[in-house]
Design a protein around this ligand. Structure first.
Ligand code: NAP
Length: 331
């Protein structure tokens, strides 16, 4: 076990879709895990973590809020690696997204990175960024070569098309690289595309909640969005490789297949005809339908050998919804 049983790592935002899978994998591998939650005492959100294998011996949940300066100091103090996944993903319709949503991301990220500078034990920080920090620009065409890690989303494009999430992820990641360089931190970044697969959290969050919404609520529109899709298992593997392979560096695109949201809903409907996907039409929104493919050779050369197929992602997601009783009479 290479002394792993003595190593403690921190995963921010343990109540999240990606973080919960990562925590489970780390505990399983023998690591001690300190995770954060805004309210650790809220068992309706954190209770499921205690049921994970090895959790009783190897897990700690500490309170931290991205919006409170210094809040992560205790959470990261003394650990050897920080996986920073916590961030708001869904935009609350009441907020001014350009100001509130983007500022929460940027300020929260700086709070976590600043906490890391105070703990000399930390050997590496792994930030969960996104392909949204890569794929938005005016110039991409179907003839372009696959987008790789050298490419960044254009902030003006994000503003013009109101892509606030992409704008936030781009600003956060840019700032994280600059901060790490200036302060001598070893930062590795994973850029997943749209993550789906089975959930561990008590209720669906983030992208999983979005998929559930579109397959259970009948008529309306679906996003005019062409996007990479990736299985949660591959995202977890990418994070573990970023941590365990000493030579890991810079950004890593982590994505299976690129497909239009409508094509994925059609696949779902073909396979599960009772799902309410066929009654929807494509929205007229612009700016989120960019033709692109993604170059995943960098993460593959780090050790991720082949991504799960879209079909597998869909099947595992539907199976999970079914097990949670979320698809009554729809299968
Ligand atoms: P998620 O399920 O919504 O989890 C987000 C986590 O962040 C939750 O634990 C949430 O805690 C926490 N959080 C939100 N605001 C917070 C605050 N002010 N202070 C402390 N914690 C806060 O999202 P996810 O899909 O796992 O995403 C995790 C990370 O991966 C995010 O950085 C996201 O941008 C990135 N990512 C996700 C995808 C995807 O397709 N899902 C793709 C690419 C990148 P609460 O439970 O208290 O709200």
């Amino acid at each position: 076990m290479d002394g792993k049983e003595k190593l403690e790592v921190c995963v921010t935002g343990g109540t999240g879709f990606i973080a919960s899978h990562l925590i489970r994998a780390l505990l399983h591998k023998g690591y001690h895990v300190r995770t954060t939650a805004r309210n650790p005492e809220d068992v309706s959100k954190t209770g499921f973590l205690w049921k994970m294998l090895n959790a009783k011996e190897q897990l700690r949940i500490v309170q931290a809020d991205l919006m409170e300066e210094g809040s992560f100091d205790a959470a990261v103090s003394g650990v050897s690696c920080v996986f920073h996944t916590a961030s708001p993903v869904v935009i609350n319709p009441d907020m001014n997204p350009e100001v509130t949503f983007v500022r929460t991301h940027v300020q929260g990220n700086i709070n976590v990175l600043t906490a890391c500078t105070k703990s000399p034990s930390i050997k590496r920080i792994i930030l969960t960024s996104s392909c949204s920090a890569i794929r938005y620009d005016y110039n991409h065409t179907i003839e372009d070569p696959p987008l790789d890690e050298s490419i960044w989303s254009n902030i003006e494009y994000c503003k013009e098309y109101k892509m606030w999430y992409a704008m936030a992820k781009t600003l956060v990641e840019r700032e994280a690289h600059a901060f790490a360089k200036e302060r001598g931190l070893d930062l590795v970044v994973i850029n997943p595309s749209f993550v789906i697969g089975p959930m561990l959290t008590p209720t669906p969050t983030s992208t999983i909640a979005m998929v559930l919404h579109f397959i259970t609520t009948g008529a309306g529109e679906y996003p005019n969005m062409r996007i990479g899709w990736v299985h949660i298992d591959d995202v977890v593997t990418a994070h573990l490789l970023a941590f365990e392979v000493p030579s890991a560096n810079g950004r890593y695109i982590c994505s299976g297949e690129v497909a239009h949201f409508g094509d994925v809903l059609q696949m779902l409907y073909n396979k599960y005809p009772k799902l309410k996907t066929s009654e929807r039409s494509c929205s007229k929104e612009k700016g989120n339908n960019i033709f692109h493919t993604l170059d995943t050779s960098k993460i593959q050369s780090l050790g991720l050998h082949g991504f799960k197929s879209l079909e597998q992602m869909i099947d595992d997601t539907i199976q999970s919804f079914h097990q949670y009783g979320l698809l009554e009479n729809l299968l």
